[in-house]
Design a protein. Sequence first.
Length: 292
Amino acid sequence: MPTKIEKDAVTGTDTTGHEWDGIKELNTPLPKWWLYTLYATIVWGIIWMVLYPSVPLGGTYFKGILGYSERQNIETALKQAADQRAPMMAKLAATPIDEVQKNPELATFALTGGRAVFNDNCAPCHGVGGSGRPGGFPVLADDDWIWGGTRDAIQQTVLHGIRNGGADARDSAMPRFGADGLLTPAQISDVADYVLALGTPAGTALSDAAKRGAVVFGEQCVACHGAKGEGLKDLGGPRLSDAIWLYGGDKASLVKQISAPRQGVMPAWSGRLTEAQIKMVTLYVHSLGGGQ
């Protein structure tokens, strides 16, 4: 059915011929200023597409007649920054890590750069400022170290990582006392009570369960954790007497860890970071408050 265009009696404007429930649509022209603006933006868009990178062309793109590239600008800026840092980076790489602090300018450079390296690479696991994260990501800003908190020890850990399969990676493994049937559930419960008691003030009386657990601990755990739960850094045996826990310090968490321990993995950063960057992040971690 052809549309019926009429002249609106009130406005004198033609209708479009569309009608809904007696309501007719006016064919009101757009304001000329609006149309001119629209046409101008179309022309401007075409000019912009010609001048600058725009249209994808298979595996490449139209690069624009001006040859502008933001990627190239960023690469140039990064190269300039790297060239400016190069003398200090070379000096840092050539300086033994324990000697860096003797040069205030070099130490400041290393700590500032180390913070940036840490935030880019380490903070996703260890948290900003080394605050740690739940699930087995250690706090680096306290005085509790599994493998040692000296500059050399931290550098070794950063270089080669932990339990990543590398030839030089730090490695330790806690037996699965429950999953492999090495201890009974009752023994595991008792030793968990004893481990919890290790963090209580000296002179606190042990419960009967903790006393039984002390015997089990002496037979099964002292080789890695020390006679009093003080930890053995050479073996990567965590300290148990400081109430600082990697996977939780309540009894249920301890029972779970004794029964089927979780074994954290840290990547090796040698090959990913330069020698200077590894020294930077080592010195930064050492400065967080928990270095030795």
